[in-house]
Design a binder for this molecule. Structure first.
Ligand code: ME8
Length: 661
């Protein structure tokens, strides 16, 4: 059989819609599938949705829906989102699929047959958001989940346990024998020390709710959602024509769920009788994205909507940015400004511009064809360019092999940078003036076109649509991975002379300074509105920049007219049909009692996150009427875009009502 490559993403919880974090993993997996496909491997790319468990059950109830109707609706959003980001999974698995349920029950039965599942009682602190029990020592402030910063619940129930402790030694042996099982290397140490501390048996069933896969022979129990979910990678291929893809070659996960994938998952498989060589080859934990420096957890809701980004900035551009900007294993930051900057400098001004500069010579002087090379004109510069391109292509290939897409893409852009330099040095505009130098002109343009062809392959995993458009202009067909056919650029000179070129529109949008202002306004403007929302007057022309310049000086006496006070939030609630607003009661220590303040902060804060917080209030602002009886008696100070807003607080607590000056 040809060499295969089976890549997976986590299956995403349907209590959220696709956001930039889940898009990041999916885009990375898609890019790996494309890249390995270009190298001739037979690829399979799996993603899907995780639909069982208490968290989903509760989300459905909150929405007034049955769990099934709810998961159908949200799962469809994931399935429909990925193609819009030019991701092409071969399969989309849902944990509510019959094929999956049957496979999980089979795996369970195999673990029972191995004597690894036994019945007992389980009690402890449980975080519904993590779907995980916590030891008291791991909680924050005795009762708060360290990941979600919300209160855990005490749960006691009869349960089936999985004999995880039995697999401790075999897991340690696995990590030692196969260092690439946990990647990147730094993460392996984290897993190792966790396992070395000792593994406790794992509770793998629940009786307190019914939304899950029934335990074979004991339907009062549903399976623990992680036993259920992890099996998806197996259920998508087991017993099907795709069985040959097993085991997964690359399991991409966020660092938040590495332990589940490198401890529980192989232990379940070991118990079910899988030999070490039948276990997944590599689990790679990528880092977490922040947005403009802010944490982007779904509980905090300060996400960037990836489809909207794709619509306005281009799906390929967003893919490129994420893969190029962030080293895969490390945390990274997304910002619209950085996205624009990279699109402009690396894509438009380097790759797009190279095509744009060279193509007119083909149109005007070279019969709209890829010119032939006249060896008489191949000199030092040509030889240097060829060698450079070959080296960069090989380096890019190695970078993909070592899970470093950002470096691979850097090599690809370097090809275009080198070629722009070559173009400048060879100055074809001068050569073109002399009809006797036509074959020399052809030689120069051939070198540019061939290097653009190389770029079109090297960049394709990240920018499939743009690269195919580039290829179309060079008279080449779209790239299509073919099994056993390595299409990665090797030796120089694959472009065929005589191929008709087909000049077309610029590949990348030229984002002017005005466009940039518009885009930033559209995406970042909400920050200004948020702060302005409780102003008496409507905001004037909004600016995407924090206002640090342009305002006239004021006298201290004027500043003193603003009564800034420390307030403490006593209660907070959502306002029906007003997505951005929260209604708060804020205590300023006044005899009249806490004030009502309406604030445009609902995109960044859940009401429960605010209760008890000390915030800075503009206390002498004229009341603002929001209609329907909603009157705000003050304004809160905050900073940043509305989805990732940060409230102004004090460094240490002070009595409520204290003047801020
Ligand atoms: O954990 N930055 O699902 P989930 C980067 N259903 N990636 C992020 C991210 C961020 N800020 N936020 C989320 C689950 N992700 C389980 C998985 S698998 C058998 C079951 C990505 O919807 C990242 O890949 O919470 C992370 O691991 C995943 O979304 C979590 O998705």
């Amino acid at each position: 059989m040809s060499e295969k490559f089976y890549v997976t993403t986590p299956i995403y919880y349907v209590n959220d819609v696709p956001h930039l974090g889940t898009a990041y993993t999916t885009i990375a997996a898609d890019a790996f599938a494309r890249q390995r496909g270009l190298r001739g491997r037979m690829t399979r790319f799996l993603t899907g949705t995780d639909e069982h468990g208490l968290k989903i059950d509760r989300s459905a109830t909150e929405r007034g829906m049955t769990p099934k109707a709810f998961v159908d609706e949200v799962s469809a959003k994931f399935r429909e989102a990925w193609p819009k980001l030019h991701c092409e999974p071969d399969d989309f698995i849902r944990t509510t699929d019959a094929r999956h349920i049957a496979a999980v029950q089979r795996l369970w039965t195999r673990c029972v047959d191995a004597g690894d599942i036994y019945k007992g009682d389980h009690e402890g602190w449980y975080c519904v958001a993590c779907e995980q029990f916590y030891l008291e020592k791991d909680l924050v402030d005795a009762k708060v989940c360290p990941t979600h910063k919300r209160e855990v619940e005490w749960m006691k129930e009869p349960t089936y346990f999985f004999r995880l402790s039995k697999y401790q030694d075999r897991l340690l042996a696995l990590y030692a024998a196969r260092p690439e099982f946990v990647l990147p290397e730094g993460r392996r140490n984290e897993v190792l020390s966790f396992v070395r501390e000792g593994l406790r048996d794992l509770s793998v069933s629940r009786t307190s709710f019914a939304w899950g896969v029934p335990v074979p022979g004991d339907p009062a129990h549903v399976m623990y959602v992680w036993f259920d979910a992890l099996t998806n990678y197996l259920s998508a291929v087991e017993g099907t024509e795709n069985e040959g893809f097993w085991p997964p070659d690359l399991q991409l996960v966020g660092k938040d769920i590495l332990r589940f994938h490198t401890i529980y998952w192989p232990a379940f498989l070991m118990s079910a009788g899988f030999a070490d060589e039948q276990l997944p080859r590599s689990v790679f934990a990528h880092g977490f994205l922040t947005i403009n420096g802010q944490k982007m957890g779904k509980s905090l809701r300060n996400t960037v909507e990836p489809l909207r980004l794709a619509e306005r900035f281009g799906a390929d551009e967003v893919r490129y940015f994420l893969l190029r900007e962030i080293a895969l294993g490390q945390d990274g930051d997304f910002s619209h400004r950085k996205l624009i900057a990279r699109t402009r400098s690396e894509l438009a001004a380097t790759v797009g511009n190279l095509l744009h500069r060279a193509m007119p010579f083909a149109t005007k002087y070279l019969d709209e064809r890829v010119p032939a090379v006249d060896e008489a004109h191949v000199g030092e510069r040509e030889r240097a360019l060829r060698a450079k391109c070959e080296t960069l292509a090989a380096d890019a290939g190695r970078a993909w092999d070592s899970f470093e897409p950002h470096r691979a893409l850097e090599c690809a852009i370097q090809v275009a940078i080198e070629t722009n330099g070559y173009f400048d040095a060879r100055a074809p505009w001068t050569i073109a003036k002399d009809p006797a130098r036509l074959s020399e002109l052809g030689t120069v343009i051939y070198h540019v076109f061939e290097s653009l062809r190389i770029c079109s392959v090297l960049l394709w995993p990240a920018l499939p649509t743009k690269c195919d458009a580039l290829r179309a202009q060079l008279g080449l067909s779209p790239l299509q991975p073919a099994v056993d056919q390595d299409q990665w650029p090797g030796a120089w000179g694959q472009l065929l002379a005589g191929t008709a070129v087909s000049p077309g529109a610029p590949l990348f949008r030229n984002i002017t300074r005005e466009d940039e202002q518009e885009l930033l306004k559209e995406f970042v403007v909400e920050s200004v509105e948020t702060v302005a929302v409780s102003k008496t007057e409507a905001p004037t022309e909004a600016s995407p920049q924090p206002v640090t310049e342009g305002l006239a000086n004021i006298a201290f006496a004027d500043f003193e007219k603003v009564d800034l006070r420390l307030g403490q939030v006593r209660s907070a609630e959502k306002i029906p049909k007003k997505d951005k607003l929260l209604k708060l009661t804020v205590d300023l220590g006044e005899e009249s009692g806490p004030r009502t303040i309406i604030a445009g902060i609902a995109m960044a804060y859940a009401p429960e996150q605010l209760v008890g917080k000390q915030l800075v209030v503009v206390a002498n602002l004229a009341p603002r009427d929001f209609g329907k009886g909603l009157i705000s008696h003050g304004m809160l100070l905050a900073c940043g875009p509305s989805e990732s807003l940060s409230m102004v607080t004090l460094e240490k607590p002070m009595p409520v009502g204290t003047r801020v000056k």
